[in-house]
Design a protein around this ligand. Sequence first.
Ligand SMILES: *[C@@H]1O[C@H](CO)[C@@H](O)[C@H](O)[C@H]1NC(C)=O
Ligand SMILES: *[C@@H]1O[C@H](CO)[C@@H](O)[C@H](O)[C@H]1NC(C)=O
Ligand SMILES: *[C@@H]1O[C@H](CO)[C@@H](O)[C@H](O)[C@H]1NC(C)=O
Ligand SMILES: *[C@@H]1O[C@H](CO)[C@@H](O)[C@H](O)[C@H]1NC(C)=O
Length: 500
Amino acid sequence: MKLLLLLITASFLLNEVYPWRIFRNGRMVGGNVGIPKPDKRREGVRDIPEEWFTQSLDHFNPTDERTWQQRYFSNDQYFDSTAGGPVFIMIGGEGEASVSWMTRGSWIDDAEKHGALLFQLEHRYYGKSHPTEDMSTENLRYLTSQQALADLATFITAMNKNYSLPADVKWIAFGGSYPGSLAAWLRFKYPHLVHGAMSASGPLLAEVDFLNYFKVVSESLATYSDDCVTAVQQGVDQIGTLLKQEIGQENLNEMFNLCNPIQESLENPSDISNLYETIADNFAGVVQYNKDKRMNNRAAANITIDVVCEIMVNQTIGPPVNRLGKVNELLLSTYDEKCLDYQYDKMIDSLRNVSWDSEAAEGGRQWTYQTCTEFGFYQTSSYEPHIFGDQFPISFFIQQCEDIYGDIYDADFIDGAIDRTNTLYGGLDIEVSNVVYVHGSIDPWHALGIIKTVDESAPAIYIEGTAHCANMYPPADTDLPELTAARQQVSELIDSWLKN
Ligand SMILES: *[C@@H]1O[C@H](CO)[C@@H](O)[C@H](O)[C@H]1NC(C)=O
Ligand SMILES: *[C@@H]1O[C@H](CO)[C@@H](O)[C@H](O)[C@H]1NC(C)=O
Ligand SMILES: *[C@@H]1O[C@H](CO)[C@@H](O)[C@H](O)[C@H]1NC(C)=O
Ligand SMILES: *[C@@H]1O[C@H](CO)[C@@H](O)[C@H](O)[C@H]1NC(C)=O
């Protein structure tokens, strides 16, 4: 999701102290799919202008005639109009849509091969697609995956007309991360409009307590060495010890470059939870994007599992807790953060801001809302052994829903919301054809996706050694052979769908 986002993210990162974390709840600021690097094989790609589509606010209430402008991009440079298709659509997700995907990424190779017309539709409430005047909790009630799927269906129908496409035109949906889920669900809900879907790293099962997220994070660190995992666990344990003594508290302030002295937060369990979770997320963010081909924030792309584990096992630095501090220091400097901000109330305040001009409008407020009302996905510290401590249980996340959006968003509400989502889409039992699920072994999100083929008409590709959405980026010389093979397999599946 982004070239524009690059600029926006960069300006966030450089000019302002970010009020909440760069990486939170398994989501990167700006959204989970990065900007693909320019493709050396395609120089002089065309300029793609923004376009706007008049969309219904509420697809499920025919008496509500309100509309809004939804942003999209199109590219017909590969389109063979005499053949009348196919049409490929990149689904926007939990961040601003990036125009760079219109000319880059592995889907472009397939578009070229098949003479496809290309679209990308930005997800409602993200980027510049603002259905309501602000993001008040009242207005966010039109922010649901069902409305987003109906947006896509309406858009597809309109484009079929506008481009005079033949009645049997074949649309293929593409998406990574949450849009990966949407791609599969779009094919599931609207099979008459969408012929196939490439679903990358999409979580299909809504789950309140996503405790396996940090299981995969620690397993991924263990691919470097078990010592790395042990050192993380020992370091986290030492934080607990230091918190109990005055000298230890002073040490923590310095070691983790805390924005506010920890002594002021000792009576505030949410601050302490937030501190532990932030330190855990230092590792989660590195794992989730390990060695991928994003080009936004090149410095961050250099920080890999190898880099953080080299620090964690380096005894010269000091005891494990000092090494955790060193990893933290490296990430703060990479993201140009002055200090580690772990204050809970400050984070909640910024997520309460309903203005489209606020920092939370990059997607933090909207995505958190979708987790509270549809998906859960809370990456708790409940998995045992507690490598990252046990200080951010599910109650900590539910508290956030209540504190940001109101008291009704409590544990029962969220349980109901998750049940509804799994009822609507089928969770891991989704019955659908012409969908390929692609996942990477070190991407923690694979734990909520389909990673084994149970149905030949909707196969899964599980790539050993790659991270989030890796197959969507343009091929590179440094790609693992497993990744190259996965792209090839996806391409062959698309060929076969388009043949019949
Ligand atoms: C219809 O397609 C043309 C290009 O063929 C484009 O200029 C126009 O904006 C499209 N209309 C809508 C409603 O998207
Ligand atoms: C990333 O690492 C490469 C190779 O080690 C180095 O040349 C480059 O300068 C680094 N980039 C940044 C932004 O740190
Ligand atoms: C370990 O850390 C020390 C002190 O920061 C550093 O000088 C040394 O190069 C590191 N060793 C390795 C193997 O990274
Ligand atoms: C929300 O964010 C905007 C833009 O940054 C800011 O001007 C406004 O003061 C914030 N509102 C609140 C209530 O903090």
